[in-house]
Design a protein around this ligand. Structure first.
Ligand SMILES: [Mg+2]
Length: 372
């Protein structure tokens, strides 16, 4: 089998706050009629990644799609001088996911069976909530873990930027009361987590982490930025709430130092940002060797969710997968796929069809095509 073409589709998403950021879907075509589907979404924008995929396609066309490891390294090496992170690594991930989809379809097996089989029958997920009422609604629907919005850290009057910022006593009381109300809204049986988005100084992050201990959080995400491992390690050593980062680290090399330094308690690779399905499995294996769990970042399309489910089904140290609740996302999210992810009793079902387990519905893709 040989790859004959690579196509990119930009599709409208609901992420339009600063710069419109479409979903970026990849189709890899073969001479045997099998079409692989991948997701390369990152934000802001989309045209940078689209162009990267189109330029990288010359390293894929003509190759045997079974040689995923070889093709990944061809692409990775090709980017040596421009940098192997950010937008360009999303381009590699989109192609890599589509190759796994081709191989799965060719052999008639879901991707997790190609990775070593499944360690679980379903995948646990968490959804997002703003107010305590929303936490209660999600818990009512069967959701077992919720990432609750963390108030605070907004610029004060006259300030154009305030990152990193300290936190005033009144802000801290408001934020803690909010988190407490979220906890009370769901009781002790549902996990609550929060993401402070690397807004605070290291000392403020430590103080907050300690105050949050009474809420009993599943995790405390990006207490400080992911760029400085020493600062992260300082927070992690000082607080008992489990810390994590990962959405802004790329490939096994971006996670290696973080894991080896034990700078966080768990990691959050994004299958689309980390380098794809095999790369995320490798990152998870490194984490496993330090007795760390993996809770992947996954805020985008139904396709990246499917790719993440295959990885989470396979890796032994899976904790919980980020999942955009259907009712909170663009109404057409699931219409784009023949077989979108399915939730049952608060867990994501494992796809059973070959490959990713789903195809693009081109009629819907045309309807929601992103025009810039
Ligand atoms: Mg985050």
């Amino acid at each position: 089998m040989k790859v004959t073409d690579v196509k990119v589709h930009l599709v409208r998403s609901n992420r339009n706050t600063v710069i419109p950021s479409p979903w970026i879907f990849v189709q890899v075509f073969t001479d045997e009629g099998i079409v692989g589907l991948g997701d390369a979404t990152n934000w802001p924008g989309g045209t940078i990644i689209k162009q990267s995929i189109e330029e990288l396609s010359r390293f894929v066309i003509g190759e045997n799609p079974f040689n995923i490891e070889h093709i990944y390294h061809q692409l990775y090496e090709a980017l040596q001088q421009i940098g192997q992170t950010g937008a360009v690594i999303a381009a590699i991930s989109g192609i890599e996911i589509a190759l796994w989809d081709i191989v799965g379809q060719a052999v008639g097996q879901p991707i997790y069976n190609l990775l070593g089989g499944s360690c679980r029958d379903t995948v646990r997920f968490y959804s997002h909530a703003g107010e305590p009422e929303e936490c209660a609604r999600l818990a009512e629907k069967g959701c077992t873990a919720i990432k609750a919005y963390f108030p605070g850290g907004t610029p004060r009057p006259g300030e154009r930027i305030n990152i990193p910022c300290s936190i005033t006593l009144s802000e801290e009381r408001i934020a803690l009361a909010h988190m407490q109300r979220c906890r009370e809204a769901v009781g002790d049986e549902v996990d609550i987590a929060t993401d402070v988005g690397a807004r605070y100084t290291t000392s403020a992050a430590i103080r907050l982490g300690n105050r949050l201990e009474e809420i009993g959080l599943l995790f405390y995400e990006e207490p400080v930025g992911p760029e400085n491992i020493d600062a992260l390690a300082k927070v992690t050593a000082a607080v008992n709430t489990p810390t994590c980062v990962g959405e802004r680290r790329y490939t096994r090399f971006g996670f290696r130092d973080l894991i080896a330094a034990q700078a966080v308690d768990m990691i959050m690779p994004d299958v689309v940002r980390a380098g794809g399905i095999a790369e995320t499995k490798k990152i998870a294996a490194m984490a496993e060797s330090y007795y760390m769990q993996v809770s992947p970042h996954n805020p985008n399309s139904a396709i990246s969710t499917l790719a993440s489910i295959h990885v989470m089904a396979n890796i032994p140290n899976a904790l919980v997968l980020e999942y955009v609740d259907d009712e909170q996302d663009a109404a057409w999210r699931n219409d784009l796929l023949t077989d979108p992810p399915e939730v049952e009793n608060g867990y994501l079902r494992l796809p059973t069809k070959p490959g990713l387990g789903s195809q693009l519905v081109m009629k819907e893709v045309e309807k929601y095509r992103f025009e810039g």
